[in-house]
Design a protein around this ligand. Structure first.
Ligand SMILES: C[S@@+](CC[C@H](N)C(=O)[O-])C[C@H]1O[C@@H](n2cnc3c(N)ncnc32)[C@H](O)[C@@H]1O
Length: 279
């Protein structure tokens, strides 16, 4: 084994933390080898040692970013975990729609949206109720740190294996157009969603203007990659973006870092959180 290998991997772990605030477990160092293969090839390199030598020698933010992006885990699917989406369909969205009757406006955020399936799943739940939402202003924002997955979300094109994970035949026929072996979201579905690259743990929240407000935020299966400190800061920022009747949905195994800020609501085997107001 290369005597510098362990120092190189430790250097890369720190680099990834610095760029994306993802905490990588040394027990999973073997992942560097497989995840960085394409990147090494693109840069005409053959070994991780070469890459580290290059990064140690010069400031190269583009390459640093590419390394951090390559190490993100982008696992996702349409209507992932099913139950939270059932809860959104039967309870959360009907209640939000009822309480926004006068403003006729809804703003939703899929934070860490990966390749877009989560945002498009929300969009399908909304469009399934389109008859009651005529004239409404509805926006679904999708953000992710990886520009590669954002480009895929924007394209909205999915292969058969991705379509087969979570989509019903009805949704497929109604909201997707077939292009050879792939399926692309139709213009109606696409028009509800806006995607952009953004870091949830950067110096500024992706949405930080005083007017920024969301009715529903999905922050699922991403906090597990962050340190406790970053989880706290992120959830405090998210709390500021939600009105008192707003809703936060986390991943099935995730909990708010600061439970005093949130009221959990359990229903139908799923859970969402309402922001608690300071007393
Ligand atoms: C496992 S996927 C979850 C996707 C989707 N939310 C779901 O539950 O199916 C995690 C996503 O978080 C993104 N991510 C990781 N660190 C991030 C950060 N600091 N800011 C924004 N997105 C981040 C990754 O690029 C990846 O696409």
């Amino acid at each position: 084994m290369d005597p510098n290998a362990s120092a190189d991997l430790s250097f890369l772990r720190k680099l990834v933390f610095g760029v994306s605030q993802n905490v990588l477990d040394p027990a999973q160092d073997y992942l560097f080898e497989s995840r960085l293969t394409g990147l090494l090839r693109n840069y005409g390199m053959t070994r991780i040692g070469e890459l580290v030598l290059h990064l140690r020698a010069r400031n190269d933010p583009v390459l640093e970013r590419a390394v951090a992006e390559a190490m993100t885990i982008n696992e996702t699917s349409f209507f992932r975990d099913r139950r939270p989406f059932e809860l959104l369909r039967t309870e959360v969205l009907p209640r939000l729609i009822e309480s926004r009757r006068s403003s006729r406006s809804l703003r939703l955020w899929s934070a860490a949206c990966s390749t877009g399936q989560e945002a498009y799943s929300l969009a399908m739940l909304i469009l399934d109720r389109a008859a009651t939402l005529v004239g409404w202003n509805i926006r679904i924002e999708g953000t992710d740190i990886s520009s590669e997955v954002i480009a895929r979300a924007q394209a909205g094109m999915y292969q058969r294996a991705e379509i087969e994970r979570g989509l019903t035949g009805c949704h497929l026929i109604r909201y997707f157009d077939r292009e050879g072996e792939a399926w692309t979201v139709n213009p109606e579905l696409r028009s509800l969603c806006n995607f952009r690259q953004a870091n949830l743990c950067g110096p500024r929240m992706p949405f930080s203007r005083a007017v920024d407000r969301f009715d529903l935020i999905l922050l699922r299966n991403v906090m597990l990659y962050f340190s406790q400190e970053h989880r706290r800061a992120l959830l405090a920022g998210i709390h500021r973006l939600l009105p008192p009747d707003g809703v936060l949905v986390l991943g099935a195994s995730e909990q708010p870092a600061d439970p005093s800020l949130w009221t959990p609501v359990l229903s139908g085997g799923a859970c969402y959180f309402k922001p608690r107001q300071p007393s």
